[in-house]
Ligand binder design. Structure first.
Ligand code: ARG
Length: 458
């Protein structure tokens, strides 16, 4: 492919690290599809004739079938997917194959193939992300009456619905999906026709190629086009951010699955056992989903480190892009699949959730009760705090304080407080949009369903 000016063989050590075929063969289809479109552009520009064009198209189709059937042979000198496809095409159709690469470089070719691969495959991640949102909606509908403590600093804070908790994670994923769609649009810009770095001397119609390959636009600077991998950096960042969200979800569920909490049980399908401790069922799936974020962040920062200070246009350093891309893509697919299954089969123990509520978590409600009777919030906060502390000193709970104790703190506490100590009412009080009351949880479910309809199932 490039041996003309060489009279010595490549050292085997270099050949070994130079070859990327075992990784980039995954783009065989995209490489062939882009080559077909390029051949067409060459024919339209009168660079190749109709006979050669037909030979090339049929030959490329044959090469594609060999990949699909698993009969293609990779030779020791094949560096990458582009070399294999071109070598095999020549074996099949002879000299016409030598015209296919006219004006093209592997630099604009690989940048095109990898963008095309992402456009073809990343929508799967969008669907999986939506799938996880769907099982969360399902869980929130089925468990709408389950109340549990909401936490800040991992300390029990206020009662919330299970549905509100699980949907709090769904909203992260909604934002992730929206962001991924933006990144996908930014990926759909065609570099083909940029040559090695300076452009293409033949009158090929780049916009026509873009249209046929499903790209939205073409790159406008060939030097930028062959050296730009921002779309991969963006995708790796996306995996880091979404992976971070998934790790927080995993951690919450791991905590709730402990014997101490017991709010949920991870199903047996998504647990594994211990080789020594016969009674153990461990949430290994969630732990692996929690740790996946570390690998996403590693790939994202690792790839930025590759790009940093790289000279303009193409440099072989860039070849690592596909390893990181495929690794993150595969891990993200599996992580989302495991989380979908885990949430779908999660057993929620409504009694344990409710039992973790105690009247101490209604101290905020007492504050609001006082505010509604005219006490300024800061003072109400202080009064409720005093009542809580005195109950604690007396080794009782705030709802059992004697009338005398209450009146010592504040006159208003002399009234009947029984309506304050009601968890259901405490939750229902928070009915502004975005709160945990039934109506606002239903509003969230409705909005998320509408979003799924319009943004995912287009
Ligand atoms: N396998 C290479 C890569 O993935 C293709 C581009 C090679 N270009 C070159 N000038 N050596 O980046």
């Amino acid at each position: 492919m490039w041996g003309g000016c060489f009279n010595q063989d490549t050292a085997s050590s270099l050949a070994e690290i130079n070859a990327s075929i075992n990784i980039d063969k995954r783009m065989f289809k995209e490489d062939i599809d882009a080559s077909k479109i390029y051949a067409k552009a060459l024919m339209m520009a009168d660079v190749i004739n109709g006979d050669d064009y037909k030979l090339i198209i049929d030959g490329l189709q044959e090469v594609k079938s060999e990949w699909e059937n698993g009969t293609i042979l990779i030779c020791p000198k094949d560096e990458d997917i582009h070399s294999v496809n071109e070598r095999r095409l020549r074996e099949l159709i002879g000299e016409a194959a030598d015209r296919l690469h006219t004006g093209r470089s592997r630099n604009d070719q690989v940048a095109t193939d990898v963008r095309l691969w992402m456009l073809n495959n990343i929508p799967q991640l969008l669907n999986l992300t939506a799938g996880l949102i769907e099982v969360m909606i399902d869980s929130s509908e089925k468990n709408i009456d389950v109340l549990m403590p909401g936490y800040t600093h991992l300390k029990r804070a206020q009662p919330v619905r299970w549905s509100h908790f699980i949907l709090s994670h769904a909203w992260y994923l909604r934002d992730d999906a929206d962001l991924l769609k933006v990144f996908l649009k930014r990926t759909a810009v065609l570099p083909l026709g940029s040559g090695a770095l300076a452009g293409n001397p033949f009158p090929i119609d780049r916009r026509a190629m873009a249209k046929e390959l499903g790209f939205l636009d073409i790159t406008m600077n060939s030097m930028n086009a062959v050296g730009n991998r921002d779309f991969i950096a963006e995708f790796l960042f996306w995996c880091s951010l979404c992976g971070t969200h998934l790790s927080r979800l995993s951690e919450d569920l791991i905590i709730f699955n402990t014997d101490e909490f017991g709010f949920v049980s991870v199903s047996q399908q998504f647990s594994t056992g211990s080789s020594l401790l016969p009674q153990k069922r461990n949430p290994d799936g969630l732990e692996l989903c929690r740790s996946a974020a570390a690998q996403f962040i590693g790939n994202s920062t690792g790839f930025l480190a590759t790009l940093k200070s790289l000279p303009s246009t193409y440099n072989k350093d860039l070849q690592i892009d596909k390893k990181m891309l495929f690794e993150s893509f595969d891990l993200m697919s599996k992580t989302l699949e495991v989380l979908i299954g885990t949430v779908q089969t999660l057993i929620i123990d409504a009694k344990r959730c409710f039992a973790a509520l105690n009247v101490g978590q209604l101290t905020t409600r007492l504050t609001y009760w006082l505010v509604k009777r005219g006490l300024p919030f800061r003072q109400a906060h202080h009064v409720a705090g005093r009542a809580f502390a005195i109950a604690e000193e007396k080794n009782t709970s705030i709802d059992l304080l004697s009338e005398e104790d209450r009146l010592n703190i504040c006159d208003l506490l002399g009234d009947d407080l029984s309506e304050v100590w009601n968890f259901e009412a405490a939750v229902e009080e928070l009915e502004t949009s975005g709160g945990t009351a039934y109506s606002s949880v239903m509003e969230q479910i409705d909005l998320l369903k509408k979003w799924l309809q319009s943004e995912i199932k287009e």
